[in-house]
Design a protein around this ligand. Sequence first.
Ligand SMILES: Cc1cc2nc3c(=O)[nH]c(=O)nc-3n(C[C@H](O)[C@H](O)[C@H](O)COP(=O)(O)OP(=O)(O)OC[C@H]3O[C@@H](n4cnc5c(N)ncnc54)[C@H](O)[C@@H]3O)c2cc1C
Length: 495
Amino acid sequence: MVRMYDVLVVGGGVVGCSVARELSRFSLRTAVLEKELDVGLGTSCRNSGVLHAGFNYAPGSTRALLDVQGNRMMDDLCRDLKVKIKRIGKLTVAFDDEEVAELHRLKEQGEVNGVPGLELVGHDRMQTIQHGVEGVLALYSPSSSIISPYGLTIGLAENALANGAHFHLGQRVTSIASQERGGWAVTTASGDRFSAAVLVNAAGLFAADVCRMAGITEHEIYPCRGEYYVLDRRLDGIVKTLVYPVPKKNSPGLGIHLTPTVDGNLLVGPSAEYLDDPEDCACSRDVMKDLRREAHHLMPEIHVTDYIRSFSGIRAKQTPPSVGGNKDFVVEDRKDVKGFINLLGIESPGLTSAPAIAAMVRAMVEHHLPLAPNPTFNPVRPGSALLFSDRPAEERADLIAQNPDYGEIICRCEKITKQEIIDAVRNPLGARTMVSIKYRARASMGRCQGGFCIPRIVRILRNEFGWSTADFLKRSTSSPLFVGTVRPGGEGTER
Ligand SMILES: Cc1cc2nc3c(=O)[nH]c(=O)nc-3n(C[C@H](O)[C@H](O)[C@H](O)COP(=O)(O)OP(=O)(O)OC[C@H]3O[C@@H](n4cnc5c(N)ncnc54)[C@H](O)[C@@H]3O)c2cc1C
């Protein structure tokens, strides 16, 4: 059987989910094909979670345009999708004359790009914005902000789904062929077949591979890993504003810095290291050592016990290590390959730009298909952006009175209740990995990193949802939570 759609989006990262959500405003049959068992498991949930203002990119570039537009769209989007966002601003700090000159250039560039409120601030004003920052001059950008990257990606996907888009998870696209009568025939690793008039390539690190499947051979992606440390929430509130160094010429990233997250952690990173394997998300001992040294230099009060976790994300670069720097985003409706919309090289600021990329894709789709409004489109996702523990006391008491599962804390570090775990398991996309639960409920993201709550979550899944040992996957089918054999009588019994 061939499943027929108007538009197929390959890749369920923040870009693919934004496109699906934008297209769900119209009466189109749209589907996302994602190789992983959930959305956002590529780069989209492995980044700094910063909404960039847009002064770092050359005027007239697609990146500059989409970043500024995307940033502007985020308040309404986050309100509708119940996503955490904090408009905390950013200081880019100069230490010498060369960096001061660069700050002046960045301010002018930002103003040409339409970045609002840019201001050069001296040492005293710097200190009032963020106590303890040293430097001779800083560029203050009030529209730089922080956001929950998982919240945004999942929110976009769930809202797209609620408005009629389809999500096929665990479906790796392996071949794309143009059809005689027009449009695309798509096959996945499981042998399932799909067809559509328009194909949108949002495959991130694998976008050049998807291009090659369609006969487009001129692109190459060079994976470049960025590693991070996550610091304990003990330090919440110490860093009130983003503080970045002046970017170095031809550097693959914006430099190592401290980034507060919307949930109250601090991130140290990211490093920048080219590698061959686009999925090698390991963290390396040498980089971790560098990050600890850098963190201590930036903030001496960081204690060795504040480091609670490490992770890495991989940039989809179009420039090889010998060239360095960045190239502009490719956002194109291929003239030579009809019905192929190509989103490639979407590295930073792709998270910020995602909604604006989606609006651009919508205009491209309109050249191929009539776009009649979806009469039942609802931009609002039900629920709350707040965790149960962040809600007012009265509301919490009411909820516990109605449902005692709100009264049982499962994740002690983050104060996540049993009902929040149950809601995460019942997610509309049907994603069933431990990471899916973590990204939705925040359980196991605290100081003990799941040491306390994972056995309790396992018990809930086993007793209330009937999961068997083989159902427990950390992230994918190749990462089972349990290995080995089960003791006789060990499965399915409460202990
Ligand atoms: C270290 C780091 C820090 C960053 N910090 C920021 C930041 O602070 N602010 C910002 O704006 N941006 C930031 N970014 C950039 C941002 O994370 C990316 O631009 C964005 O996540 C790209 O989204 P995407 O959907 O294109 O890619 P992805 O999230 O990688 O999604 C692509 C999806 O396609 C799927 N896929 C691939 N091949 C196939 C196939 N054959 N079949 C089916 N599915 C397939 C993958 O599984 C994946 O889920 C950062 C990136 C990195 C690496």
